[in-house]
Design a protein around this ligand. Structure first.
Ligand SMILES: NC(=O)c1ccc[n+]([C@@H]2O[C@H](COP(=O)([O-])OP(=O)(O)OC[C@H]3O[C@@H](n4cnc5c(N)ncnc54)[C@H](OP(=O)(O)O)[C@@H]3O)[C@@H](O)[C@H]2O)c1
Length: 231
């Protein structure tokens, strides 16, 4: 059974990935900041005995990232898939930038995933898949017309796109496919209730895309349907 590691798995898209992958027979390690409070993950663990492991992970805390990877190493089960999904967004446009919000987004959305990749890719088997949840707002091409209030968020997602391309190169010899994947506009706390896609719809589309990935696509920036997005 494939083993998938998911960050931000307690709610939103991350929880949707956990739910769907467990139904599909995966072993899942669900990482979140406060596993003891993750009631929906505990309910899933009861429904899928022995196949869902909870792990504590705060991407803003490098020691937490190290501890989380240590927990996986101790279990002796490196993940075949890593879904680096957790993220934060704050509305920030010229005139309303604040150091704390900018720092939080760059930390959780870009620096944290880089440190996580460094800690976790040595545990992955060759031929695995590393996915960064990105956003259409990461696109430099589309920046003049999209997400006017989300400068800091767009910066952080452009950074994780660059991380994806650089990791794709660094991990070529191990045949680890690394992609930046935009989920579409999804009904979560972040996306809001007016969004186009439900979580199950977005997750279905993304998993279909991920299952069809080839090594030649490593380093790509894709939408949920697998269509390349402009950098
Ligand atoms: N929804 C959309 O329309 C949309 C569009 C484009 C891209 N995305 C991307 O898709 C991913 C998932 O988004 P979502 O809509 O599911 O968001 P969400 O509902 O707001 O969930 C965000 C998740 O990230 C976790 N998280 C926040 N800060 C963290 C930290 N410091 N360490 C570890 N986990 C942390 C949250 O945990 P807590 O519960 O502890 O806060 C939560 O599990 C994000 O990367 C987002 O940028 C979403």
């Amino acid at each position: 059974m494939p083993h998938t590691f998911i960050t931000g798995a307690n709610r939103g898209i991350g929880l949707g990935f956990a739910r769907r992958l467990l139904a599909d027979g995966h072993i899942v390690t669900a990482a979140c900041r406060r596993p003891d409070d993750a009631a929906q993950l505990h309910a899933l663990a009861d429904q899928h005995p022995g196949r869902l492991h909870l792990a504590a992970l705060d991407l803003a805390d490098p020691a937490s990232i190290t501890r989380c990877a240590g927990t996986l190493r101790a279990r002796g089960t490196g993940p075949d898939w890593v879904l680096s999904n957790a993220g934060v967004s704050h509305a920030q446009a010229l005139g309303s930038y604040t150091p704390d919000a900018l720092h939080a987004m760059l930390t959780v959305n870009a620096a944290g995933p880089a440190l996580l990749a460094q800690a976790i890719t040595p545990l992955m088997p060759d031929g695995g898949t590393l996915v960064h949840l990105s956003s259409g707002l990461a696109s430099l091409t589309q920046a003049p017309s999209a997400g006017a209030d989300y400068d800091g968020y767009a910066m952080s997602k452009a950074a994780v796109n660059m991380l994806t391309r650089r990791l794709a190169r660094a991990l070529t010899d191990r045949r680890i496919v690394c992609v930046a994947l935009s989920p579409g506009w999804v009904q979560t706390n972040m996306g809001g209730s007016d969004a186009d896609l439900t979580v199950p719809q977005a997750v279905d589309h993304m998993l279909q895309t991920l299952r069809g990935l080839t090594p030649a696509q490593s380093g790509a920036f894709l939408d949920h349907l697998g269509t390349p997005l402009p950098w």
